[in-house]
Design a protein around this ligand. Sequence first.
Ligand code: WTA
Length: 648
Amino acid sequence: MPKTYPPSAKTAARAHITAENYGPMYEQSINDPDTFWGEHGKRVDWIKPYTKVKNTSFEPGKVDIKWFEDGTLNVSANCVDRHVETRGDQTAIIWEPDDPNTTESLHITYAELQVHVCKMANILQELGVGKGDRVVLYLPMIPEAAYAMLACARIGAIHSIVFAGFSADALGARINGSDAKVVVTADHAPRGGRSTPLKSNCDAALLHCKDSVKCLVVKRTGEQTTWTDRDYSYNDMRLEADDYQKPEEMNAEDPLFILYTSGSTGQPKGVVHSTGGYLVYASMTHQYTFDYHDGDIFWCTADVGWVTGHSYIVYGPLANGATTIMFEGVPTYPDAGRFWEVCAKHKVNQFYTAPTAIRALMGAGNEWVEKHDLSDLRLLGSVGEPINPEAWNWYNEVVGKGNCPIVDTFWQTETGGHMITPLPGATTLKPGAAQTPFFGVKPVVLDPQSGVEIHGNDVEGVLCISDSWPGQMRTVYGDHERFEKTYFGDYAGYYFSGDGCKRDEDGDYWVTGRVDDVINVSGHRMGTAEVESALVAHVAVAEAAVVGYPHDIKGQGIYAYVTLMNGQVPTPELRKELETWVRAEIGPIAKPDLIQWAPGLPKTRSGKIMRRILRKIAEDDFGSLGDTSTLADPSVVDDLIENRMNRN
Ligand code: WTA
């Protein structure tokens, strides 16, 4: 039996949720969601209180999700104004720059945050943005990113954040995909000592967008940029902008934001989150999973370009009146002690990061951790992929000194907040398992082939959720049919996560990874189809198939099988060119780790690529390829294996 870790007496004594109250609360959340959420929905301020709580259907053809549907509220009023009255001088955001040697960190109070958000809201309005309009944010991790998010929420505009590591092409597609009126960007984005020219990327993207799209530019480094008629200076406009703006009254079901995410087919889809249900869920999970208490300093190391940054840097913490850290840099710059230096500097109490970072820092050596005073740390969190027990143990012993519970939080862009996670005061921890459902979440394990629910413990299958929770995405932007098909099409009546899982003999859940064509590279989600379509867009490429393979640090690496056009010669130069090409088409995170030249790909007689075989070959697991007799040309497999073994 691997070692397990019950909550310490100290952790349990302080915790909001304990082993005693988790059970009854969970039961109520499942058996009587109206009463449970009717009560917990009050954790946010409503302009007009709701009288209806849950109105949801997972029924095929009629998927419809509404929570608190007749209530009205404003997210920015909840994350800012209501705290100004009670804790205006408390720090809301601590900003930590990329380079601590050249730039000071900033402390922004709730009262100051209100002014910044209101000014940004007034600027956006001046640029013609109104309720329901879309605004794309393409920004570094600077406070202005949070101001812009909250400013959109304040005026009822819908933000769509594009991670600053995405290319101009990806940005352009997202601006057009949501028909955005304004893009907010910065001159440059410093990260890990390097600088990305965001404004030039934006210029390149906007060449493919409507002329009417305006660009609001925040000065970050002051480096020179081009300037066109569609550009507006945030720094100039804020001098004139009014410092108050009344929050717009929004319906609970009005969209708060769109966030594009990768799926198993086609191009990324715009996940739409709501105003009321999302905020209730983000704030409640933030408080309970991290056992956040007033006065704590909370640090989530994600980027606001991902959902983790939305829910646990901005909306969850600020709705709870927390002090949240926004970190511009990377774990290894200026050195591999950066995370721990920042923890010590700001006396961080709860620290939340991804297994890929933990593994990389574990490899750098314990001395980087031991140099810094981590005595304020009380809880550690993990997100994005399964955490291997070795990394868990290192996190626990070296970072947490055995005193900090680890919450391994399973969730997705689509779920808005944590779905399966230990609760620090209630759960006896098992390294590597996400373990227990959060309130209102009803996980089920289905047989992947038959779709039948597998009851009992010590079972394995695909992970579905059988009923709605308030933080659930409401639709795919502009394509409700795609929403139904993607998430409810495989197993009628259930939300399908795309992940496999097992439920162990104690009833705890272990999420084992995606069972579809989505891969998880350094905690970033990537559709293999996206990388393939980028590769085949190159003139030399006839066909490409992309799979994930185990990678020590990244979790999964990107493995591309490439068939060249007739007459093209596979050379090391061409390999480099294809890598650069994919970086430019999607972004650096999509660059293949390995490209294998494939004279042919294993296909069924009907032309379907057998990815199962490609995955096995990429894993160097040649012994269990399964039945290859249904292939149109079985000899293709031998070629691929031989090439794989010769690494060419
Ligand atoms: C994976 C990130 C195991 C999973 C919040 C999921 C995890 C995908 C965990 C969503 C975890 C996330 N244990 N797997 N604790 N957390 N995943 O949308 O495969 O970027 O489907 O959301 O990450 O990635 P996304």
